[in-house]
Design a protein around this ligand. Structure first.
Ligand SMILES: [Zn+2]
Length: 308
């Protein structure tokens, strides 16, 4: 594994381009309740990325594996807490596209973005940027975590160990700083979790409520988590981290070998128009076009009547 910050341009130039994979984590600095640090999503993305890189190195040692520093902001909808760095969906899209454009111009053919942040609009913006670069420069980028976060809807089997399966069915909708993220951080470094996390209340939010950020903000006010942090354990965290890394390994190898990778390209909600980056813009341009045509029509009628 090599960090691009420590490489020279001559070394980048000399890389065998189709045997090189560059990984980039893209996740926010964001509140994670009373017990977890602001960097949870970044720590998880970086950990899963490094574990997936280890798997590739062991099983496919002929690949050159590059990393670069994580991008520490994201589209997000949590409101009312200090410590969040959220930007618009459009900013995420543009930053991703412009970075991908530069990296593609180095000649790299395999860029894997680890968007370890569950907000669908964040994931979809990054997927849209990948789609655009793939169309313009040939296939070179994928963001496989949108499909990971919507595995159920997409029918992707994540092959969960029994203990995880059991927790997922007994304690579902554990969306933010609950047992999933708390466990995963416990497994990375117990010192990052405040000791009294088992005293935190359960906060239940239904999946369909997630599209109403104000409603969610009210439910999580004063805390900041959605789910069941008190149930977290280090053992569960190890299972979660291993399972996530194995998924990234699988999706990355499918992509770099160009075999059966399409199922990893998009979140299940990618097909919903109003979650797309340009939705409002497109609506406004259609609206503007219609209004413009009506004005021209009225003007022509008016002129025609004047002539008569
Ligand atoms: Zn998180």
């Amino acid at each position: 594994m090599k960090d691009v910050l420590k490489m020279t341009w001559k070394e980048i130039e000399a890389l065998p381009k189709d045997k090189t994979i560059l990984f980039l984590t893209f996740a926010p600095i964001e509140e994670h309740s009373h017990h977890l640090p602001l960097g949870v999503d970044i720590f998880l993305g970086e950990t899963w990325k490094n574990m997936a890189i280890d798997l590739i190195f062991k099983k496919n040692p002929d690949y050159h594996l590059l990393t670069m520093p994580a991008i520490p902001f994201a589209q997000g909808s949590i409101k009312g807490f200090p410590g969040c760095i959220h930007v618009s969906q459009r900013t995420v899209y543009r930053v991703t596209y412009e970075i991908l454009k530069k990296i593609a111009s180095w000649g790299l053919k395999n860029i894997v973005i680890i968007a370890s942040h569950g907000d669908p609009k964040h994931l979809i913006a990054i997927e849209e940027a990948c789609d655009k670069i793939n169309k313009k420069h040939g296939l070179c980028a994928i963001s496989p975590l949108g499909a990971f976060f919507s595995y159920d809807e997409l029918g992707i089997d994540l092959d969960f160990p029994e203990k995880m399966q059991e927790m997922l069915s007994n304690y579902p909708n554990d969306y933010h700083a609950g047992w999933i993220e708390t466990s995963a951080i416990l497994a990375i470094d117990e010192n990052m979790v405040k000791k009294d996390f088992r005293k935190l209340p359960d906060i239940k939010v239904e999946e369909k409520e997630l599209i109403f950020p104000d409603k969610v903000s009210k439910k999580i006010a004063g805390f900041g988590h959605i789910g069941f942090p008190r149930l977290a354990t280090k053992e569960l965290g190890e299972l979660i981290n291993t399972n996530s890394a194995e998924y990234i390994y699988k999706a990355t190898m499918a992509f770099v070998t160009r075999q059966d990778y399409k199922k990893y390209q998009h979140h299940s909600l990618h097909k919903i128009p109003f979650l797309r980056t340009n939705f409002m813009r497109n609506i406004l341009s259609v609206f503007g076009l219609v209004v413009g045509m009506i004005i021209i029509y009225i003007w022509i009628i008016h002129k025609y009547q004047q002539l008569r």
